[in-house]
Design a binder for this molecule. Structure first.
Ligand SMILES: Cc1cc2nc3c(=O)[nH]c(=O)nc-3n(C[C@H](O)[C@H](O)[C@H](O)COP(=O)(O)O)c2cc1C
Length: 353
């Protein structure tokens, strides 16, 4: 079945080489030589989706559907449990459409192994409330992600091309949903205008899913054997730009911002948090580490990132993430130029400390 093969192709496509990294090099922290508190008092707690979380990290949607996906999901679930961080399952559309128990089991394993954990369901933007409800029930979900992946569908041989009604369907799901709903891009980024439209649908969170990490244009063109022009293979808004765009698009609305797309360096993560992210999603890198070094290595890697975020918090004089979000950030280069041309104010960040 080609849809199941696709799930395995994605897994194999990502684990062969270290995934790309977001470029936050034009965002600069200002060192604080007088923090005046003890390292042990630093807290990584982050409030989002109406709950307090121990850490701002989560494992983003990756997989489900096949025998290999079941094994990957089992290991990811155990790692998420050890680290007490949320985890999203991969798209459940395949399970909703096939009704084969084996397929839905590859998703349910995530809940079975972590009954008390925070687990998020994942559906496509062509799903309706009844599909959303079945996906959520399948894993007893705490929140629901709706993924947006138009370029991927267009490049995939077996992909969708009918995109009418996406906004209405998101709104319908939000109106139905008894749990928080997150709209997420999968790595092509999101502009202010669309973030604003999505915000008006009433979602609780937006995942900016920018370019820089896992590249589905490249993965799908490799799968199909159809080579893309470099401009199309590199299509999208980089993660940093996507984050700045989404922040502007949301404005004063109380919507949580999640940042993903090549977020696997502690400094990039701390900068995204300082720019207003409530949480950081990681997919390609956890999968790469799991496949190449195992579950314990993944847990150690997550712990190391958390420790390094704390080091940066100490060196910027931030006891908690709210304080980090008020520290000065100097934005330079093309990122600052993009902001100016789009009417955003880079100096606001440089002088807010
Ligand atoms: C193998 C693989 C499969 C993925 N499948 C899904 C999916 O089914 N649904 C979804 O919303 N995102 C999916 N994603 C996208 C991730 O959730 C994330 O948005 C994207 O990979 C960018 O993050 P990264 O650079 O940390 O990988 C997948 C990512 C990977 C690596």
């Amino acid at each position: 079945m080609s849809r199941l093969n696709r799930k395995n192709d994605h897994l194999y496509g990502v684990i062969r080489k270290i995934p790309g990294r977001a470029d936050f090099s034009e965002i600069n922290f200002v060192h604080n030589c007088l923090p005046n508190f003890n390292f042990e008092t630093i807290s990584l707690e982050s409030e989002y989706l109406g709950r307090t979380h121990r850490s701002p990290l989560f494992i983003n949607a990756i997989t489900g559907g096949t025998e290999i996906a079941l094994r990957v999901n089992a290991a990811l679930s155990m790692a998420a449990k050890s680290c007490s961080i949320p985890m999203a399952v991969g798209s459940q559309m395949i399970a909703l459409e096939s009704k084969t128990l084996k397929i839905s089991r590859s998703f349910r394993i995530v809940r079975d192994l972590n009954p008390q954990g925070e687990i998020w369901a994942n559906i496509g933007s062509y799903a309706d409330p009844s599909m959303a409800s079945r996906a959520a029930k399948m894993i007893n979900a705490d929140a629901l992600q709706i993924h947006l992946n138009v370029p991927q569908e267009l490049i995939m041989r077996e992909g969708e091309s009918a995109f009418g009604g996406m906004v209405e369907r998101i709104r319908n799901i939000v109106e139905w949903s008894p749990m928080p709903v997150i709209a997420k891009e999968v790595g092509f980024g999101m502009a202010k205008e669309e973030a604003s439209l999505i915000a008006k649908c009433g979602v609780n969170g937006i995942d900016v899913g920018g370019k820089g990490g896992t590249n589905f244009a490249y993965l799908e063109s490799s799968r199909s054997g159809r080579k893309l022009s470099p401009e199309i293979a590199n299509w999208g808004l980089p993660t940093i730009i996507s984050l700045l765009e989404v922040s502007e698009g949301i404005g004063d609305r109380k919507i949580d911002i999640f940042v993903s797309g090549g977020m696997h360096n502690s400094s990039d993560i701390a900068k995204a948090l300082a720019l207003g992210a409530q949480a950081i999603g990681m997919a390609g890198m956890p999968l790469y580490i799991l496949a190449n070094y195992g579950q314990n290595a993944l847990v150690k890697w997550i712990n190391k990132i958390e420790h390094e975020i704390k080091l940066i918090m100490m060196m910027t004089g931030s006891k908690n993430l709210d304080q980090l979000r008020k520290k000065s950030l100097v934005i330079t280069g093309l990122t600052a130029e993009w902001m100016q041309r789009r009417g955003f104010e880079p100096n606001y960040y440089a002088q807010r400390g």
